[in-house]
Design a protein around this ligand. Structure first.
Ligand SMILES: [Zn+2]
Ligand SMILES: [Zn+2]
Length: 335
C-alpha cells in the first residue's frame, strides 16, 4: 500500500509499505478518508509528541476489510471511524482513571502508523460504526471527540455566555456543543474568511466577529466596549500565541479560560496573576480525548452537530497547500 511517511521533521515521502497484519483482537480498516489538522502541520515541523519515522493521520474513516478471530460485532464492509488513542492501562494516571494523562499515551498518526495510508490495523474496541455521515463529514468525529472532552473539563453552568476564538472545525464544533449544553450566548471571533462564513451558514454561534487579518487592533478595542463584562467562558482555539495572551482579557470575573489550541513549543503567555487572583479566573487546559467517540458519533451522525465543507484530495502535498491557503474549512486525504 502507499503511505505518507515523515522520515524526520520536514522530510516527507510517499512510500510503499506492506498492508499491516492484524492480531486476533484487531480489525483492518481500508481508509476511505483521513482528515488533516493543525496537529499534522506541527508534527511535520518536529513539534508536539511525534515519533519518527511516522505515517501521520489521526482522523481515520474507512470500511472494515478484515476481522480478527476474537472480534465480535463487526462485518466486512461496515463503515467506521477509529479512535486513534492507545492507553497503557498500567501507569500512575491510567490506574487513577485519568486516561488522557497516560504517561505512555500513544496515538495512531502521532506516535504510531496512522491513516495517511491505504490500511490501518486497530483494536476493534476502538472502532465505531457510522451510518448517516459521509466519509468527508466523518473526518470530524475525532475533532468532535476532543471538543467533547474539552466541554467535560469546562463543565459550563446553565446559561453561560461564551466567546470562542477561532472558527476552524474545532471552533465550529465547540460552539455548537456549548449551545446544545446550555449556553445562553455563543460569540465566535475569528479571522475573516471561509471559516467564519461556514460558521454562519451552520448557525454555529449566535454572534460573529470577523477580525481583519492585517489590523485587528481596533476591533479588539470595540469588543472590549461591546462586551463590557466579558464572558463566563472564553475558549482560545486558534493556537496563536498572541490570541492566547489577549484571551484572558475577555474573561468575566469568576469565569474560565480554556486553552485549546496546538501551540509551538516555544510559545509563552504573559498573564496578570493579579487578575487571575482577584477575578477568581479558572484556567483550563484540554488535550486530546479518551472515550469520547461514542458521544461524538451520536452528535454528528444524528445531525445535531452539523459539519460541512470537507475538501477531499488525493495528493498529500496539494492537500497541505490547500490547508495552508486557508481556502477550505477542513481538508481530508483520500488514499
Ligand atoms: Zn486532529
Ligand atoms: Zn497509562
Amino acid at each position: 500500500m502507499d503511505a505518507v511517511c515523515y522520515h524526520a521533521p520536514r522530510q516527507l515521502e510517499i512510500v510503499t509499505v506492506p498492508i499491516p497484519h492484524i492480531n486476533e483482537d484487531q480489525v483492518l480498516i481500508k481508509v476511505t478518508r483521513c482528515g488533516i489538522c493543525g496537529t499534522d502541520q506541527h508534527l511535520a515541523e518536529g513539534e508536539f509528541i511525534g515519533k519518527f519515522p511516522l505515517i501521520p493521520g489521526h482522523e481515520i474513516v474507512g470500511v472494515i476489510s478484515q476481522i480478527g478471530a476474537a472480534v465480535h460485532g463487526f462485518s466486512v464492509g461496515d463503515r467506521c471511524v477509529a479512535d486513534n488513542t492507545i492507553l497503557c492501562e498500567a501507569c500512575f494516571y491510567c490506574r487513577r482513571g485519568q486516561h488522557v494523562l497516560c504517561e505512555n499515551f500513544e496515538s495512531l498518526g502521532v506516535t504510531m502508523a496512522g491513516g495517511f495510508a491505504g490500511y490501518v490495523a486497530i483494536q476493534s474496541k476502538k472502532v465505531y460504526k457510522i451510518t448517516n455521515l459521509t466519509d468527508e463529514e466523518a473526518t470530524l468525529v475525532e475533532p468532535a471527540s476532543c471538543a467533547i472532552h474539552g466541554l467535560d473539563k469546562l463543565n459550563p453552568a446553565v446559561g453561560v455566555e461564551a466567546l470562542i476564538f477561532g472558527a476552524g472545525p474545532t471552533g465550529i464544533i465547540l460552539a455548537q456543543l456549548l449551545k446544545l449544553n446550555g449556553a445562553a450566548k455563543v460569540v465566535i471571533a475569528a479571522n475573516k474568511g471561509i471559516k467564519t462564513q461556514i460558521a454562519r451558514q451552520l448557525e454555529a454561534g449566535d454572534e460573529y466577529i470577523e477580525l481583519d487579518r492585517d489590523d485587528p487592533a481596533p476591533q479588539w478595542i470595540k469588543m472590549k466596549e461591546d462586551y463590557k463584562h466579558g464572558f463566563d467562558v472564553v475558549i482560545e482555539a486558534t493556537g496563536s500565541e498572541k490570541v492566547a495572551n489577549d484571551a484572558l482579557g475577555f474573561v468575566r470575573r469568576g469565569g474560565s479560560l480554556m486553552v485549546y489550541g496546538v501551540y509551538s513549543n516555544s510559545d509563552l503567555v504573559h498573564w496578570s496573576p493579579a487578575k487571575i487572583f482577584q477575578d477568581e479566573i479558572k484556567i483550563i487546559g484540554s488535550f486530546a480525548q479518551t472515550h469520547c467517540f461514542p458521544r461524538a458519533v451520536a452528535y454528528l451522525d444524528s445531525g445535531k452537530i452539523k459539519v460541512t465543507d470537507v475538501f477531499s484530495i488525493k495528493d498529500f502535498d496539494k492537500a497541505l497547500e490547500k490547508m495552508k491557503s486557508k481556502s477550505a474549512c477542513k481538508v481530508a486525504l483520500k488514499p
